[in-house]
Ligand binder design. Structure first.
Ligand code: UFG
Length: 346
């Protein structure tokens, strides 16, 4: 297939691009490089010069998106391009709505007037759309009411709704589209070949921050909230390996037919607390580091882990990496080999 990957220079978009190329697909990588990196784009171009095109640009640039999509005869979109920090979204909500919702609408408008309408759209949604599910809905099924607790989560929910309306419109027009919304839980780890990894600036995610402490790059990690109603008082999340997450995208692309709209959770189905993750990083790295207790971070849900049975039964997907230490080791190995992230390659 010929796939537009938005946010391709980011953590998940780059891993998805690599897997698409590996499987023989063509990739048009669109990224404004505001948060993503040029280095993975260069690496993918070197490895697949004939099937990989990088375009530096914004989602909201309708003229550019339409012309690229027409020139490269794109038939499928994997939409990763978004701002994705829960905390930042609380501080700068309008920036999140502008980028994640308005930018995405502009892209959809460009796609809608393409010479040949796209047939498949896979959206990187989030478990953050569920907000704080009630205890009897944890693990969280896709049928859980969606009530996000942060502007970030709301941007993802709004775009799900916009996409469903767009899919209805395409069906009514007699030009159905396959729409899949993948609600990611917490994505972690790095590509098994060691080429790609997770490199955010600023880094706010738990596993990379704990690893930076283990590597001596930070002097401590703060636990945001130790008084949550969970067994050890800290938040619980479902950490899913990025390679497994990407595999779910490929399955959705290959198996969801035009006219179908589906939402799937992507998680391993097991929760780990913040303290458990920090202990895993200490075990894997063999380093002890300073852990401090801090107030709760605004916007954080108490406990979120997936019921992934729908994607297991409908797309035959299940996580291959289910051991927390193994997931942490994969992230640790990449970060140890790239202590300054991608920048040490430039
Ligand atoms: N945490 C700490 N200290 C830190 C960093 C994080 O205690 O220094 C805690 C957070 O409070 C949270 C947990 O670790 O309880 C995980 O935090 P992350 O920032 O790693 O991940 P989030 O759960 O906030 O966010 C992730 C993705 C989002 C997604 C969200 C859904 O980044 O895109 O999961 O919950 F939407």
């Amino acid at each position: 297939m010929r796939v537009l990957v938005t946010g391709a220079a980011g953590y998940i978009g780059s891993h998805a691009s690599k897997r698409l190329l590996h499987d023989g697909h063509h990739v048009l990588a669109l990224d404004d490089l505001s948060r993503g990196h040029q280095t993975p784009m260069d690496l993918l171009k070197q490895s697949h010069p004939d099937r990989f095109t990088f375009a530096h640009g914004r989602l909201g640039d309708r003229v550019k998106v339409k012309s690229l999509v027409d020139d490269l005869k794109i038939d499928t979109v994997m939409h990763f391009g978004a701002l994705a920090y829960v905390g930042e979204s609380v501080d700068r909500p309008l920036r999140y709505y502008q980028n994640n919702v308005a930018g995405a609408i502009a892209m959809l408008e460009a796609l809608d007037c393409a010479e040949s309408p796209i047939q498949r759209f896979i959206f990187s949604s989030s478990c953050a759309t569920y907000g704080d599910p009630p205890d009897d809905l944890i693990p969280v099924p896709e049928t859980c009411p969606q009530s996000p607790t942060s502007p970030y989560g709301r941007t993802k929910l709004h775009l799900e709704q916009i996409l469903m309306d767009y899919a209805d419109h395409r069906r009514a027009k007699g030009s159905p589209i396959a729409l899949t919304m993948l609600r990611y839980f917490n994505v972690a780890g790095a590509d098994s070949s060691g080429i790609l990894g997770e490199d955010h600036d600023p880094e706010t995610h738990l596993i990379p921050i704990a690893i930076q402490c283990a590597l001596g790059q930070r002097d401590h990690i703060s636990i945001f909230g130790t008084d949550y109603p969970t067994p050890d008082g800290t938040n619980i999340r479902d950490y899913v390996h990025v390679d497994d997450l990407v595999d779910a995208h490929l399955r959705a692309m290959e198996r969801i037919e035009p006219g179908r709209t589906e939402a799937f959770n992507i998680g391993i189905g097991k929760g780990a607390s913040v303290r458990e993750v920090i202990e895993a990083v200490k075990r894997v790295s063999g380093s002890d580091f300073n852990v401090q207790e801090a107030p709760r971070r605004p916007g954080d849900a108490i406990a979120l882990f997936a019921d992934p049975s729908k994607i297991q039964s409908e797309l035959g997907w299940s996580a291959q990496h289910t051991d927390l230490d193994e997931i942490v080791r994969s992230a640790y190995d990449w970060m140890k080999a790239h202590p300054k992230g991608y920048d040490d390659k430039n």
